[in-house]
Ligand binder design. Structure first.
Ligand code: S3P
Length: 447
């Protein structure tokens, strides 16, 4: 992302009203292209998120031989290379801002006896990759990376990849997925043990592509997830549901703008992703889940959100964190408008996301007049039940979720909220400004 920064302003809007279609889920979109790009036969993907991060995954898979094309009717068609079939890319793979593309592809590439170089933008090159490098090295993959396991890095997969059993030291679906994807190429059974459940899209989607994924609960309550390598994936058709992490932004906007009523349809409600919605309900939010159904193996629902209640501060249970790991910036906005104290703990992982989200949220909210305390891995926000004053210019640090969170806050503050750069929003929610404007928000580019 080398575009010039685009500062945007969000000003008080009376209410949000209407129905909106949220783009496809980012996690499922990445995996659709990766698995479709490996599978034998034709995979058809409808509802793919066409954000920059996902396009980086498509480009990388193409650079390694997968045939991936967008059709005129909006669906994406993949013809995969087969397990073991990735070819060495001619150029450096530039993953832009996308940690998911980088980490999951490190696993897939590591399973092949090829060499690839991976880089990213100034946000991604600061993020820790050792968490993936370490288990992949145990499988026989060789790495040369910058200090602390930072990008750019070069990796070379071995001729014979070793299966491993690995207990995750951090609750991370990206690390789990990287190991399982590498495991598809290993000679034997690879097992990942996770103490805290994280999103299970890799497991669910591998099954949809015909791979057996065994899940056992161990004596200590941890789950052991196993795949056996050497079997080809069989192409399948995928319908990508709308992203609950993106839906979170208009949801909170409607809740903090009194008198709002919006409907968001087809939202993914996987129980490892819906922690924010449970939390908002506990805060007293009026969110109705209607038309609950299963679509392509995932639970989805239509959401009706009404801003007719002052939210109440709560303690967020630490065990719930993985199911809402990307939603703390927007929860912090809701907490800033709530009455009473919201206490969020177990947030160490937020410091290594697209930005140090704990710090960026604490700084930005303080500048908007919010009373809060930030700890090493916690954030405590004291809300007054009224919107904070706003009137600040926020640094977004190449972080799409920081950018969108503060544009949501500006919908309800007396003074406008300005963000220094809205370009990162294109990584996950390319039509965010148009969608919010369509619901009644006052968000515009400033010079
Ligand atoms: C993701 C996992 C999460 C999340 C990210 C997407 C995935 O990261 O923050 O936005 O698709 O697997 P971690 O696994 O590092 O927590």
């Amino acid at each position: 992302m080398n575009q010039a920064p685009r500062p945007f302003q969000s000003s008080l809007c009376p209410v949000l009203n209407g129905t909106a279609k949220i783009p496809g889920d980012k996690s499922i979109s990445h995996r659709s292209l990766m698995l479709g790009g490996m599978a034998i036969g034709q995979t058809t993907i409808s509802g793919l998120l066409e954000g920059e991060d996902v396009i980086r995954t498509a480009d990388a898979m193409r650079a390694m031989g997968a045939d991936i094309q967008k059709h005129d009717n909006g669906t994406w068609i993949c013809h995969g290379v087969g397990i073991g079939g990735l070819r060495e890319p001619d150029q450096v793979l530039d993953m832009g801002n996308s940690g998911t593309s980088t980490r999951l592809l490190m696993g897939l590439i590591g399973g092949h006896p090829i060499t690839a170089q991976i880089t990213g933008d100034t946000s991604l090159t600061k993020r820790p990759m050792n968490r993936v490098i370490k288990p992949l090295e145990m499988m026989g993959v060789e790495f040369t990376a910058r200090e602390g396991g930072r990008l750019p890095l070069t990796l070379t997969g071995p001729e014979d990849l070793l299966p491993i059993e690995y207990r995750l030291p951090v609750a991370s679906a990206q690390v789990k997925s990287a190991i399982l994807l590498a495991g598809l190429c290993a000679n034997g059974t690879t097992t990942v043990i996770e103490e805290t459940p994280t999103r299970d899209h890799t497991e669910n989607m591998l099954r949809a592509f015909g791979i057996e994924v065994d899940v056992q609960t161990l004596e200590d309550g941890a789950q052991a997830i196993s795949v056996t390598g050497g079997k080809d994936l069989t192409a399948t058709d995928i319908i990508v549901p709308s992203d609950p992490s993106s839906a979170a932004f208009p949801t909170v906007a409607a809740l903090i703008c009194e008198g709002s009523k919006i409907t968001l349809s087809n939202i993914l409600m996987n129980e490892r992703r819906n922690g924010l919605y449970i939390t908002l309900k506990e805060m007293g939010a009026n969110i109705e889940f209607t038309n609950e159904r299963m679509q392509a193996g995932e639970p989805i629902a239509d959401l009706i959100i009404k801003g007719n209640q002052t939210l109440k501060g709560i303690d967020v249970p630490p065990g719930r964190v993985p199911s809402m790991i990307d939603e703390f910036p927007i929860l912090a906005i809701a907490a800033s408008c709530a009455e009473g104290t919201t206490h969020m703990t177990n947030l160490a992982e937020l410091r290594v996301k697209e930005s140090d989200r704990l710090l960026m949220m604490a700084k930005g909210l303080k500048a908007c007049g919010v009373d809060l305390e930030m700890g090493e891995d916690s954030l405590t926000i004291h809300g007054t039940g009224k919107p904070p004053k706003g009137g600040a210019k926020i640094k977004t640090a190449l972080d799409h979720r920081i950018a969108m969170s503060f544009l949501v806050l500006g919908c309800t503050t007396q003074k406008p909220v300005i963000i220094d750069d809205a370009t990162p929003i294109h990584t996950s929610f390319p039509n965010f400004v148009e969608l919010m404007s369509g619901l009644g928000a006052n968000i515009s580019l400033i010079s």
